[in-house]
Write a protein of this length. Sequence first.
Length: 324
Amino acid sequence: MSGGRAAGGAGSAGKSGAGAGGAAGSSAASAGASTTGGAAGTPTSGGTSSGSAGASAGRGGSATGGGGATSGGTGSGAAGASDGGMGDGGTPGTTGGCAGRDLLICEDFESTNVGSVPSGWTRHGDLAAVSDEDKHGGSRALRLGAAANSERRIYHDAAVLGSAHWGRIYYKVETPVPDAFVHSTMVSLTGDGPQNGNSDYRPIDTIKQAKNTPDVGGRHNFIFNVQIIGSSEFGTETSYDYTFDAKWHCAEYHIQASNQSYELYLDGTKILGFEHGAGNYDDSDIPNVFDEIRVGWINYQSASPGFTAWIDDVAFDDMRIGCD
């Protein structure tokens, strides 16, 4: 269901997924290090590793866009997200599904038929569909079937979010996962950055290394990644301290244009963030308005046989939503 204050209009039909580019390069090993890629669409197999866990490879590789949008109806809603300050974001509200919630956008998949996608969202990639085979809460979740690359996502209009908002998903990645270097996105937002123009903003994003990568073999990080469409990319990332473990996890982010800030929380703990200040767009370039939300899974390099992932209890609001 797309309950609460509203669920914006349906996502744009037929758009393809944004590509991730970048020539290989080495990034700083510590959490929160900024990274910059090269020209879009240049495949890489990774850059040089250095130091302790956290040395990363370039994010490159070209992405394949999804097919035309299918399914999904339209919702409606008024804009109006307020500007919250940087920091802990206040006390999270009640958590779980969408029933009785007053959120800008909320989707728990409970009222969607198995094999379909929710009203107000459009499907991009045939392997994204609601299933009753697993869930975080209730009886259904969004299943993202295994594919070596390409997108398995659902899109939603993002105009209701305004210039600052919180986002939250629960996700689960089945194991074993591909033994490959691969950059994958679970949540992205499209918009026109004040400095770089049309870009894909990825607030819940990961890079996973192959098992034979020195110091970090097989682990993944989290990254705030921005792909300037038709150009380069940049980002700020954590160390490679995380593994996909076939368990449900809660990922929350806060993004704000007025002070060019971002925060990422995993299971209630802050793991990444920055505040660049008003008018300082380098390494953030956050727009005042977002056009579209994209939720699901997309790989930017081939990773056979693919990831099978689940997403549930998706929510966006101008206040922190919180985890269980």
